[in-house]
Design a protein around this ligand. Sequence first.
Ligand SMILES: Cc1cc2nc3c(=O)[nH]c(=O)nc-3n(C[C@H](O)[C@H](O)[C@H](O)COP(=O)(O)OP(=O)(O)OC[C@H]3O[C@@H](n4cnc5c(N)ncnc54)[C@H](O)[C@@H]3O)c2cc1C
Length: 337
Amino acid sequence: MYQNRRPKGDSPVTIIGAGIAGAWQALLFAQAGHDVTLHERGDALMTDSTSHWAGGMLAPFCESELCEPVISRLGLRALDLWRRELPETPFNGSLVVAHARDRSDFERFARMTSGHRRLDAAALAALEPSLEGRFREALFYPAEGHVEPRRVLPMLHEKIVAAGGTIRFNSDVAAEQLDGVVIDCRGLSARDRQPELRGVKGEMILVRTSEVKLARPVRLIHPRSPLYVIPREDNLFMLGATAIEAEDTGVSVRSALELLGAAYSVHPAFAEARIIEFGSGLRPAFPDNLPRIAIEDEKIAVNGLYRHGFLVAPALAELTLAYVERGQIDNEVMRCA
Ligand SMILES: Cc1cc2nc3c(=O)[nH]c(=O)nc-3n(C[C@H](O)[C@H](O)[C@H](O)COP(=O)(O)OP(=O)(O)OC[C@H]3O[C@@H](n4cnc5c(N)ncnc54)[C@H](O)[C@@H]3O)c2cc1C
């Protein structure tokens, strides 16, 4: 039945929303030779998107501690696509550490995840000299990577144009006004059509210090305030992120204290770091916290990327393309009306 109602593979493709979901859709469709137009309500700085606030970790192994296997499946495929499209992306792996008092949580994390090897204090210091003497051991996930959202979004947008696509910023459109294949990637703004979406607030702090050097994200296991520290260019570090069932914006004093306190416990030099920015974004999530490709004839909606947008967006775009071109259905991710 879907075969008959499936869009024609050569229809023009309009994508709404140039966040990480829409950018990857536009890129893969443009590269496959489709006539692609990507509309974005905001300007090219993308400050209105959730993607602007993200950590950008590509961590399918670490995330499997809490997530269903579909996230790892999509994430592992997406790592290949990130490597293919942005070969300069650092794939230095990621580290998980814990203080001695949180040893049992650390062991649990090790049991619940795969793709890691244990490092003793000396091996940890060899990998990240700034962490010498800070932790007795660590878990190292060598296959994981990270991207800097505020750098890779413009890079993806440039690649879309280079592949023949068109991007219209400051262009607020509605799927109903458009003909041909429409891929709705509006994140939380798509609640008018997908009312079960909710926003899960994530708060982050950007700090600068030249006293700490890291080549990869470091996650600190902590029963109350788990933290990650993600190195950026120019001695910047993103400290993140909370996950709060609230849709207000801004950063609470409690969250700031916890994020900054946890960073200080990873390395005391963070006490002298300069605070550059506080910020927050709302992660678009369905009740099951899983991403979804909803298909209704030529209208396709890609949403619910929750805390895994950067991790899974490339794989979701590949699945959407396979559906439009060949009618291929992925039963775990797709819902057909
Ligand atoms: C603090 C924080 C840390 C995170 N860390 C990570 C991480 O380390 N790794 C990871 O994988 N994920 C992470 N995430 C999750 C990730 O950011 C989200 O999953 C992802 O950004 C969702 O992307 P999206 O494209 O669906 O939505 P968005 O990025 O919100 O993009 C939707 C776009 O649609 C546009 N739009 C809306 N309506 C219209 C309209 N009518 N017409 C045109 N355009 C429209 C909006 O302006 C917006 O730019 C994090 C999130 C937060 C908040």
